[in-house]
Structure formats: structure tokens, C-alpha cells
Write a protein that binds this ligand. Structure first.
Ligand SMILES: [Zn+2]
Length: 136
């Protein structure tokens, strides 16, 4: 694999590393959508959330939780978003699984908007369709 995160993990490209263990790497996002914006990556390559195995997923997510605490404390943030974009349609630009830790501040200019489509869908019908495909 030759995506930029694999190159960072292999040490071919430098990054502002804040945490590393045998399975996970966390680096500051170059864009800094808000102060302290961090990416947590699985060291093993998986394209996205739909591909990653449970072990690596849980390692990334528990690391993200712990780092979120540290980042919120460090910058006295007022909240935090933990965000995963899965697939191009969802805004994923690097096809190597990662989650964003985005600390939130009262005066930040980040917008995550949900449009209300209440009434557009029959929830009981949607529910039945989804339940048929749950594999666990
Ligand atoms: Zn990769």
C-alpha cells in the first residue's frame, strides 16, 4: 500500500506524532480544523471502517477516547467530535482507516450540520430493512 498514512507509519514521511504503540499511531492533522485536531490511525492497513477488523477498530477507538481527554484538558476545549469518514461520498480522502479527534471551542468556525428529513422516510420500514442485514 502506498497511501500517505502507510508512508508515515513506515517512517518515509515525517509527522507530528503525539502517540504510538504497536497497533496505533496518532498525529496532528496538518489542516488543524480546530486547535489540537488529531488523527488516530491503525498501523495495519485497512481501507476504511467497513473493512477494519474488530481488534484494530477497538484499539483505535479506545486510543481516540484517551487522547481526546488529554487534548480537551490541554487546550481547555468545551467539547470534542470523534469523526470517521468512510468512503469518498462521506468525505474520506485518504483510503486508510482513521478517526478524527476534533476538539471544540465556543468560538470555533467548524460546522457539522444535520438537515432534518423527518417525515421523508418510514422508520418502521427502514428498521426492518436494516435488521435483516445485521450479521451479529
Ligand atoms: Zn495504508
Amino acid at each position: 500500500m502506498s497511501d500517505i498514512f502507510c508512508k508515515i507509519i513506515n517512517g518515509e514521511i515525517s509527522s507530528a506524532k503525539i502517540y504510538e504503540d504497536e497497533d496505533v499511531l496518532a498525529i496532528l492533522d496538518l489542516s488543524q480544523a480546530t486547535k489540537g485536531h488529531t488523527l488516530v490511525l491503525s498501523k495495519k492497513h485497512f481501507d476504511n471502517l467497513l473493512e477494519i477488523d474488530d481488534y484494530d477498530y477497538l484499539k483505535v477507538m479506545s486510543t481516540a477516547k484517551e487522547l481526546a481527554k488529554a487534548i480537551v484538558k490541554t487546550f481547555n476545549a468545551k467539547g470534542v467530535n470523534i469523526l470517521n469518514n468512510c468512503g469518498e461520498a462521506a468525505g474520506q480522502t485518504i483510503m486508510h482507516f482513521h478517526v478524527h479527534i476534533i476538539p471544540r471551542y465556543e468560538d470555533d468556525d467548524l460546522k457539522i450540520d444535520f438537515v432534518d428529513h423527518q417525515g421523508k422516510f418510514d422508520l418502521n420500514k427502514l428498521k426492518e430493512e436494516i435488521i435483516k442485514n445485521i450479521e451479529k
